[in-house]
Design a binder for this molecule. Structure first.
Ligand SMILES: C[S@@+](CC[C@H](N)C(=O)[O-])C[C@H]1O[C@@H](n2cnc3c(N)ncnc32)[C@H](O)[C@@H]1O
Length: 191
């Protein structure tokens, strides 16, 4: 049983404040039109799914923890939830108008593979929202040490590293710092 399977029942209670702060920025960037198809990678307990679903989007959440997805089902009844790996997504190329990944990228075992998958499943012109923690910040280092103690092998990018990697692969990026330690990459896949 993994870390998130154990944490799932308490996750929202512990992280409620951080989640609602992050959600504001991500939802504002994505601002979905009704019917748009949006994928949340590492969707966890489904807080973003619920918000975007409420705005009329057709949302899909992918996560490798079945316990987290059980919580997501409660938060967002009617959302499509998929148990799976970010590094090998079961979706055809160009399936989504937007892809989000919030506070999850640093958990993925091969981050570059997961990022390539996000780009692959995104339509041309589609939006990519990635929110994560700044690699060089002291708080990130502290969180990383804590996660390693809990056997979660987290690795972080700086915003500049991540934006450069994505730009090189055809995603135009703008970086929005949303706190001293968190950034949001606002990307668009070139046509
Ligand atoms: C810190 S939580 C963030 C959850 C949610 N995005 C949020 O903002 O509340 C990270 C999530 O990523 C999921 N995850 C970790 N590694 C994964 C992988 N390789 N493939 C898919 N999901 C993964 C975990 O199960 C967990 O639900």
């Amino acid at each position: 049983m993994g870390f998130f399977d154990l944490a799932a029942p308490f996750y929202d209670r512990i992280l409620h404040r951080a989640q609602s702060h992050q959600l504001r920025y991500v939802a504002r960037f994505l601002s979905p039109r009704p019917g748009e198809k949006i994928l949340d990678v590492g969707a966890g307990t489904g807080v973003l799914l619920a918000q975007l679903h409420g705005q009329g989007a057709q949302v899909t959440g992918l996560d490798r923890s079945s316990a987290m997805l059980r919580e997501a089902e409660k938060a967002c009844p009617g959302c499509q939830l998929v148990l799976g790996e970010a590094t090998a997504m079961p979706f055809p190329d160009g399936s989504f108008d937007a892809v989000a990944c919030v506070d999850a990228l640093h958990h993925f075992p091969v981050r570059e593979k997961a990022l390539s998958e996000m780009i692959r499943v995104l339509k041309e012109g589609g939006r990519l929202a990635i929110l994560d923690l700044e690699r060089r910040h002291w708080l990130t280092r502290l969180i990383q040490s804590g996660e390693w103690l809990l056997a979660e092998r987290s690795h972080f990018y700086s915003a500049e590293e991540l934006a450069a990697w994505l730009t090189h692969r055809g995603v135009e990026c703008e970086v929005e710092p949303i706190s001293p330690v968190e950034y949001l990459i606002k990307g668009r896949k070139k046509s």
